[in-house]
Write a protein that binds this ligand. Structure first.
Ligand SMILES: [Zn+2]
Length: 460
C-alpha cells in the first residue's frame, strides 16, 4: 500500500513536467477498500464540483484546477466526509468503508490539516459517553471538565501549527472544529442537567458560564456547511429560544409547551440575529423540518408555520423540499391509503406497499447495510416482537445498500426473504414514508395507515 501511494505521488508530479500552466493545481485521490458505490463525488458546500469513478483496483483520482481554498466534502455513497483543499495540494486517502471514519487516513501535501480534522471528529465522538456523565455535575464542575478537555485539544493544535505550515484559514478551521464542538456541550448543559438530576427547573447559571458566547461568530460564511458549527447554531438557538420564552411568555418558570410556539421563537431569533444568507436559509430549513417531523400533523397551525417559513427563506429548493415533506405528512395521516410506493423483492420483481400489506396488519421498518450495528439490533428486536405479536407481519425495507449486497446480507443473517424488500430510491422512500429516524416504523392494516409515525421500541 505504501509503495502504491508513493508511486502515485511521483506520477502526479512527473505528469506535470514540461506542461506548465496546464498542470492540475490540486490532486486528490486514493483507494477505497470495500467500496459501497462506484463513485467518489466532490462537493463545495452544497454545490457539485466533480466526480471520479473507481477503477478496477478501487482507486480514484481528481485533478482539479482553480479551487478556492477551504472546506469541501466527498461523498462515497452512503457516507461522506470533509476534505480541506488548497492550491498545490497533492492529497491521498486510504479508506475502508467497513469502518469509514475510523479508517480514514490522509497522506501527502495537505494531509496535516485533514488528519487533524478527522482526529478531532473521532475525539469528540469518543468522549461523548463521558460528557453524558458530566451533565450531572453542577455548572462550575461541569465547566471545568469541559474546559480542560478543550485545553488538551488546543495544545494539540498548537503542536500542529508549530510543526506544519498552515494557512491562517486552516488554523481557524482547525480551531473552529475544537471550539464549536466544545460549546455544544455548554449549550446543551441546562437541559441535560435537568434531565439527569431530575431537578424541577433549569439550574441557575452564573453569567460566566456562557462567556464563550462573546467570542462566537453567528455569521461565519466559511463555516456555514461545517457540521460542528451548524450543530452548534442549532443548539444555541434552541437554548436561546427556551430562555427567551421563559423570560417573555412564561408565568410559572416553565416555557409554553407547544412546538409551534417554540419554533416561532426560533424563527424569530434566527431572523433577528443571523445575517449571512446561506446560514439563515439552512437554519430556517432545519427549524421547519424539525417542527414538521415532531408534529407530523396536518392542520391549520402547520399551514401558518409553513407560510411563516416561506416568507423568511430565500431558497427555492428548501421551500420545495418543505412542501414535499408536508404533503408526505398529509398523506400519512391515519386511515389514509398507504403511499403508492414500489419496492423490489429478492427476485428483482416490483411489489407495491399496498400489495405487501393487503389483508394483513403490517409493520414496515427500515434498515441500511452500512449501519451494521443498527441492523443487528433491529433484527434481534423484530424477532422478539414477532413472538409477542404473532398476528402482525413485520416487513423490513432496506435502504442505501446495493441490490446484490442486500441479497448477501439476507443470506448471511438468514432473514425471511418473503418479508424483506429493497428500496432502490432512498429519497423517494424517505419522503413518502417520512423516514426520519432509525427506529421509525409504519403500521398499516390492509392497505390503510394505522400509525405512520410509530417507533419499533416505544410503540409496542
Ligand atoms: Zn414563548
Amino acid at each position: 500500500m505504501v509503495r502504491f501511494l508513493l508511486s502515485l505521488t511521483i506520477l502526479a508530479v512527473l505528469g506535470c513536467v514540461g506542461k506548465q500552466g496546464e498542470c492540475p493545481s490540486v490532486y486528490f485521490g486514493g483507494e477505497i477498500a470495500n467500496p459501497t458505490s462506484d463513485y467518489v463525488v466532490l462537493y463545495r458546500n452544497d454545490a457539485y464540483i466533480d466526480s471520479a469513478k473507481l477503477d478496477d483496483t478501487n482507486r480514484f483520482a481528481f485533478r482539479l484546477q482553480g479551487l478556492d481554498e477551504g472546506l469541501y466534502h466527498f461523498d462515497h455513497s452512503p457516507e461522506l466526509q470533509y476534505v480541506y483543499l488548497q492550491e498545490g495540494d497533492s492529497l491521498l486517502i486510504r479508506l475502508n468503508t467497513v469502518e469509514f471514519d475510523e479508517s480514514l487516513v490522509y497522506s501527502g501535501q495537505g494531509s496535516a490539516i485533514n488528519n487533524f480534522l478527522v482526529e478531532m471528529f473521532l475525539a469528540f465522538e469518543e468522549e461523548e459517553p463521558l460528557i453524558y456523565e458530566y451533565y450531572a455535575l453542577d455548572p462550575e464542575a461541569f465547566g471545568k471538565k469541559i474546559d480542560s478537555l478543550r485545553s488538551i485539544k488546543i495544545n494539540h493544535l498548537e503542536e500542529l501549527v508549530a510543526d506544519n505550515q498552515l494557512s491562517e484559514k486552516m488554523q481557524s478551521m482547525a480551531k473552529a472544529s475544537i471550539d464549536y464542538n466544545t460549546y455544544i456541550y455548554k449549550e446543551k448543559y441546562p437541559f441535560y442537567h435537568k434531565k439527569k438530576t431530575g431537578e424541577e427547573t433549569i439550574h441557575e447559571l452564573a453569567d460566566s458560564f456562557y462567556d464563550y458566547r462573546k467570542t462566537i461568530d453567528l455569521n461565519n460564511r466559511d463555516l456555514t456547511y461545517f457540521r460542528p458549527y451548524f450543530d452548534f447554531m442549532k443548539y444555541h438557538f434552541g437554548n436561546l429560544s427556551y430562555m427567551d420564552c421563559m423570560e417573555h411568555c412564561s408565568t410559572e418558570k416553565k416555557p409554553v409547551s407547544s412546538h409551534l410556539h417554540f419554533n416561532k421563537h426560533k424563527l424569530y431569533l434566527v431572523d433577528s440575529l443571523v445575517v449571512e444568507k446561506d446560514l439563515r436559509d439552512i437554519l430556517f430549513r432545519n427549524i421547519a423540518m424539525d417542527y414538521l417531523l415532531k408534529e407530523h400533523e396536518a392542520n391549520e397551525e402547520c399551514q401558518i408555520f409553513i407560510d411563516k417559513f416561506r416568507s423568511l427563506s430565500t431558497n427555492e429548493s428548501h421551500k420545495e423540499e418543505i412542501n414535499m415533506l408536508y404533503s408526505g405528512i398529509q398523506g400519512l395521516q391515519p386511515n389514509r391509503e398507504l403511499p403508492n410506493l414500489v419496492l423490489k423483492n429478492v427476485d428483482d420483481e416490483e411489489v407495491s406497499l399496498r400489495e405487501i400489506s393487503k389483508g394483513k396488519t403490517t409493520v414496515f421498518y427500515f434498515w441500511a447495510g452500512s449501519q451494521k450495528k443498527h441492523f443487528e439490533n433491529v433484527t434481534a428486536h423484530v424477532e422478539k416482537l414477532k413472538k409477542e405479536y404473532p398476528n402482525h407481519t413485520f416487513v423490513g425495507i432496506n435502504l442505501r445498500t446495493s441490490f446484490p449486497q442486500w441479497k448477501l446480507l439476507l443470506d448471511e443473517y438468514r432473514l425471511d426473504k418473503k418479508t424483506q424488500f429493497h428500496g432502490e430510491d432512498f429519497k423517494e422512500v424517505q419522503m413518502s414514508m417520512i423516514v426520519d429516524g432509525l427506529n421509525k416504523c409504519v403500521i398499516a392494516k390492509d392497505t390503510l395507515i394505522v400509525d405512520a409515525f410509530a417507533n419499533l421500541y416505544y410503540s409496542f
